[in-house]
Design a protein around this ligand. Structure first.
Ligand SMILES: [Zn+2]
Length: 299
């Protein structure tokens, strides 16, 4: 295969996913490997060798690569700031390091931006106006796009998961206390299971939690966090995705009701439409590849 391919890489704490697209939005040759195999702690730039080996195995040449990082980057997106689950990436000029070894432009971005890029590439998805992506997996991530492009603040951050909740004191991985992510995430569910439902498998936890105070609190906390987004930005759409809302018996109807209850009346409450995009799958890989294509094209 020769021509204009774009590689997408989704870096997670335990796995790295890689795939490519010809730019038309179709993802091919997706592979998932243990993270240490592709990105060893002692040599993070070895990810370039992993990407090169992947391209060689596929017989493909790439014009650029996009890499989704599960942490914060500076406003230029060339330097990582803090990557809580992968401290070996903290403070690195990572895009440049990879690009130098790989010999093609490499663009790094927060993984939620890559996810929303992939989600908005779905056929029929409108990206005009303000779109917010909320991703509930191990943690709670977010991204905000304006007319299909990431909205950048002073430091390029968008961290809804670290919205402080009054009265909550649990210490967060970011160093603060009471962050929303500690109360509405997969990590919180796992802690709840260990503490109160040790005999229940995590995939059955929402079934076991039905009608419980814990579930009510979980849904209402997530509802308040999402309502804050609606009240602040009055977005055209909010997309919810990730492993947690895709779990069996996730109370989506109750969550939508909670969002409506906590948003301003009559608007945005009446028009608040929380779109559910499923588990997410390879959205992050596709998004990273399309992000590289857009960045190379000067978008
Ligand atoms: Zn935090």
């Amino acid at each position: 295969m020769d021509g204009k391919y774009y590689v997408g890489v989704d870096v997670g704490g335990t796995h790295v996913r890689i795939g490519m697209t010809d730019g038309g939005g179709r993802l091919s040759a997706v592979k998932k490997v243990p993270r240490r195999e592709a990105l060893p702690d002692e040599d993070p730039a070895a990810l370039a060798g992993f990407i090169a080996a992947y391209l060689a195995a596929e017989g493909a040449k790439a014009a650029a690569a996009g890499v989704g990082i599960p942490g914060t980057l500076d406003r230029s997106r060339e330097k990582t700031l803090k990557v809580p689950n992968l401290p070996c990436l903290d403070g690195l000029p990572y895009a440049g390091m990879l690009s130098e070894r790989l010999g093609i432009p490499v663009y790094t971005e927060n993984d939620t931006v890559m996810l929303l890029t992939g989600d908005l590439a779905r056929p029929g998805t409108d990206c005009r106006g303000i779109t917010v992506g909320i991703y509930v997996g191990t943690g709670l991530g977010s991204a905000v796009f304006l007319d299909g492009r990431p909205l950048r603040g002073k430091n390029g951050l968008n961290e809804l998961g670290h919205m402080p909740l009054p009265g909550r004191r649990e210490k967060c991985g970011c160093g603060n206390v009471g962050c929303a992510e500690n109360y509405v995430s997969g990590r919180r569910l796992e802690a709840l299971r260990r503490e109160k439902y040790p005999d229940v498998h995590i995939s059955d936890l929402f079934t076991a939690l039905r009608g419980s105070e814990e579930l009510e609190e979980y849904v209402d906390t997530l509802g308040c966090v999402i309502a804050a987004v609606y009240n602040l930005l009055d977005p055209d759409r909010v997309i919810l995705s990730g492993g947690v809302p895709a779990m069996k018996d996730f109370p989506l109807a109750e969550l939508r009701e909670s969002v409506r209850a906590h948003t301003m009346k009559p608007q945005p409450s009446e028009s608040a439409e929380l779109l559910f995009f499923g588990e997410g799958g390879d959205s992050g890989v596709l998004g990273a590849a399309l992000f590289a294509k857009n960045a190379l094209g000067g978008r």
